[in-house]
Every structure is written in C-alpha cells, then in structure tokens.
Design a protein around this ligand. Structure first.
Ligand SMILES: Cc1ncc(COP(=O)(O)O)c(C=O)c1O
Length: 463
C-alpha cells in the first residue's frame, strides 16, 4: 500500500525513495519475486544491504585489489558488454590480451617473449589448473613414449593454496604436500628431492606462500632437481605459483632468480587482481616456450567467426579486467609498480617492527623477503588473557579485518594473525590500525577474556 495519496506514477517520480511502497515492505529474500519494481528503489535496497559487508579497504585478509584508479572504473564501465571469448567480434580486446601475455613473458624473462604462449584467466586458480594440466599432459606424453604406465601421477609442493588441492583432486594427481616442521614453514630442496620419482609431473614452489607470505626458494629447488637429473633420468619441471610474487619480485627484487631465467621453470601463474593491481577477475598463465603447452590442450572454434584457438576452463568471461590490466601496464610501467609496491613493503616492515616492540608477539614474517605483509603469533609460554581469535574479533569492532588462523600439517598447533599491505594501505592507515591493536591489548589486560575464542568458536559472521 502506498504511504500517501499520490497515484503510483507520480509517486515513483516524486516520493523520497524511503517513502516508496517498494521500501515500505520487505524485499523477497528466498522466493523468486512475482512483480517488477522501480529500479531506483531496488538499487537503494541492494546498496543499503551491502553496507553490512565489511569495508574492503579495511579488509587486511585479502591479497586482492581494493583501491582502483578512476580511469580504471571508466574503462571497466566501457567494457561491461565485452565478452573476452568473442575474439573475432572484439579483436582489439583480444589483441590487448595477447600484448599483456607477451609483456608478462618479457617481464618474466621468457627466452622468446614474442613467440611464447599464455592466456588470461579469471584468477590464479584457473591459471594454476591450466599450468597443472599442461604438466600432466607433458609427463603423460613422455611416459607413453617410453611405454610406461601413466596411472599414478604425483606433484610436489610446499604448503599450497587450496587451488592446488583442487587441481590434484579434479585431475587425479597425488599431491605430495611437504608438511611444515618446527620453524620450517615452507619447502626446502631436500624435502622436495625426497619425494621425487618418475611419476612426478612437476614441482610447484609458491612465490608468496598464502599462510606466511614467504617466498619458496625456486632457484635452489631447480639446482637440486638438476643434480637429481644427473643421478637419475628424472627430468622434473617447475611451475611457479607466483599468484602474488610474480607481480612483486620483478619490480622490487629484480635479481631474485625465480622466473624463466631458471631453465627448469616451464610455466608461471599470477593474479592480475592481486599485486598486478587490476580489478577482481583476472589471472595469467604463461609458458616458457611454445612447446611447453601441449598442442592437444588447445581447442579451435569456428562458431565465433574466424578460427579461434582457446585454452581456458570458462568460455564467456568479462573483458574489462584484461583491458584494465593493460591500462596498468602502460600507466605504471616497471617504475610505477616498483614505487607502489616499495611503499607497501616499507609500511609492512614498519608495522612488523612496531608489533614486535609490543612484547607479546612473535613476528614470524616481517615484510622482508616475501610479500608486503606481516604475520605473528602469540609468544610461547605467556598467557595474555586473550587469543588471536579474540584480538581479531575485537579489531573487527573498528572495522579491521585481520584474520587469525591455524597452520596446516604439521603445525596445526600454531595460530597466527596476518596483515596484507596492499596498494592503498598507507603508513597513516597502518598507524591507525596499530593504535587500535594497542588499545585492544590494553583492553584485554584490564578485562581478560573468561572464555577465549578458538578456531571453532571464532568467525561468528556467518549466517
Ligand atoms: C599462492 C596462491 N595461489 C593461488 C591463489 C588463488 O588465486 P585466485 O584467488 O586469483 O584464484 C592464491 C590466492 O590467494 C594464492 O595466494
């Protein structure tokens, strides 16, 4: 029922949105709506509901872009109707994607950056699937050529992001994930070599491990695999999961050998929407040389006009993110990326030092030598009257999202808290967070928690 006597046409034009009939009753939640509604009213209802999401800029759990230049907003708007797959219809978008692939191949030192293959994806997860599939196909081809069985492929990695668990399960590959041990929270060459055999399709070091943000030692692992090859005939390739690091190391740590300068590195994935600084929805995978991507993984379709090669899990996909990525490459260049990331590293190291000074925390990673981030645990043997889950909960009351979580096997006992310092997390914002962190600790000192939160009882934001 209308709240006033205007007829409905007049009402929808003149009434304040909150005085409208639409907003005077509940919007449908779980049943498909029967009737149409005024777009202005519906927009306001949806917009208002989204206020209950956390503020993305204070989400220090995510690796993904939360600050986007106005020009990128504009390009995204202009590309909202572009389907990445329609390469014949939108040849310039396709050209822009190809240019990005070759720019990345160049950035990552592919021997023939103009001639190699790669593609955009929805993120690193899809890129990891494609890189993993290529490894499996190459291994299977080699084994078949030798007349050997191909039913027991395995892959070796350190503590990986869940996308590699998915890859292993979806594509029937045994995942030999190196467990953490004591203070060793990443892979080492020795641990890798122990697990290699002729059924190893590849080794996947992560440049920026999700749990602690440390880099795994790509060059040292490659050297160990070279020695292994001399002693056996196992020629085991490396795929680098550079979800974060592949957009950091080239700018900030150019002498670190982790990319195609290491001959054993056959493919690399990266998230454009993390330190590539593009908006959400773009990842990349690039192969060292054309031959490293088996031809029978590439499909050719003629129903879009032309004869198009495609290698991806999805068909339709938005084109704007790829265009925005290209904009970033032109806009920033190596110089711009370096400045942005360097500022983040300085802030991460500063925050880590400040947190260390508080005396309660053991800083596990201090923003030096990996991703611009920091993580810490509570010092052993102290009882400060709260858990890191309590601290995360308390910080949440000021809008900060600083996750606490336990480590994977074999350090499930270790609970840490982590902050990602991304584009837009300025020194000033960092100081504001540190102030709230100190106030929270003071609060707990005066009001010790009687029932501390645990992994099971924390995370009360789910419905
Ligand atoms: C190391 C690593 N690999 C893969 C992924 C998955 O990336 P995406 O979210 O782009 O699919 C992440 C995400 O955080 C990651 O940190």
């Amino acid at each position: 029922m209308a709240l006033n006597n205007n007829d409905s046409a007049k009402e929808s034009i003149l009434d304040d949105v909150y005085a409208s009939t639409d907003l005077s009753s509940r919007m449908p939640k779980y049943r498909f709506p029967e009737v149409e509604r005024n777009p202005r009213h519906v927009y306001q209802a949806v917009h208002d509901e989204l206020m209950l999401d956390g503020n993305s800029r204070q989400n220090l759990a995510t690796f993904c872009s939360t600050w986007i230049e106005p020009e990128v907003h504009q390009l995204m708007d202009e590309c909202i109707d572009k389907n990445m797959i329609d390469k014949d219809e939108y040849p310039q978008t396709a050209e822009v994607e190809a240019r990005c692939v070759h720019m990345l191949a160049d950035l990552w030192h592919a021997p023939d950056a103009k001639g190699t293959l790669g593609c955009s994806t929805t993120g690193s997860s899809e890129a990891a699937m494609l890189g993993g599939m290529a490894m499996k196909w190459r291994w299977r081809g080699k084994m078949r050529a030798k007349g050997k069985a191909t039913d027991k492929p395995n892959m070796i990695c350190g503590p990986v992001q869940i996308c590699w668990h998915k890859f292993a399960r979806y594509w029937d590959v045994e995942l030999r994930e190196i467990p953490m041990e004591g203070n060793r929270l990443i892979m080492t060459p020795e641990e890798v070599i122990k697990r290699c055999d002729e059924n190893t399709i590849g080794v996947v070091p992560t440049l920026g491990v999700t749990f602690t943000c440390q880099y795994e030692p790509v060059e040292a692992v490659a050297d160990a695999l070279d020695t292994l090859q001399k002693n056996t005939d196992f020629d085991i390739p490396i795929h680098v999961d550079g979800a974060s690091g592949a957009f950091l190391a080239p700018f900030v740590d150019p002498d670190l050998l982790w990319d195609f300068r290491v001959p054993r590195v056959k493919s690399i994935n990266a998230s454009g929407h993390k330190f590539g600084l593009a908006p959400l929805g773009v990842g990349w995978v690039v192969w060292r040389e054309r031959n490293d991507l088996p031809d029978d993984l590439i499909f050719r379709v003629n129903y879009l006009g032309g004869n198009m090669a495609t290698f991806a899990l999805n068909f339709s996909r938005p084109g704007g993110q790829v265009v925005a990525q290209y904009y970033n490459f032109l806009r920033l260049g190596k110089e711009g990326y370096r400045k942005i990331h360097q500022a983040c590293y300085h802030t991460a190291a500063y925050m880590a030092d400040e947190i260390r000074k508080m005396g309660l925390f053991n800083v596990i990673y201090d923003g030096r030598g990996g991703i611009p981030a920091l993580c810490w645990s509570l010092k052993d043997g102290i009882n400060p009257g709260f858990t890191l889950y309590d601290l995360a909960d308390r910080l949440r009351s000021r809008g900060w999202q600083v996750p606490a979580y336990s480590m994977p096997a074999n350090r499930e006992d270790l609970v840490i808290q982590r902050i990602l310092v991304r584009h837009g997390v300025s020194r000033d914002l960092g100081d504001l967070l540190l102030g709230d962190l100190r106030r929270s600790v003071d609060y707990f000192e005066k009001n010790p928690v009687s029932t501390p939160l645990t992994e099971e009882t924390a995370g009360g934001y789910k419905h």
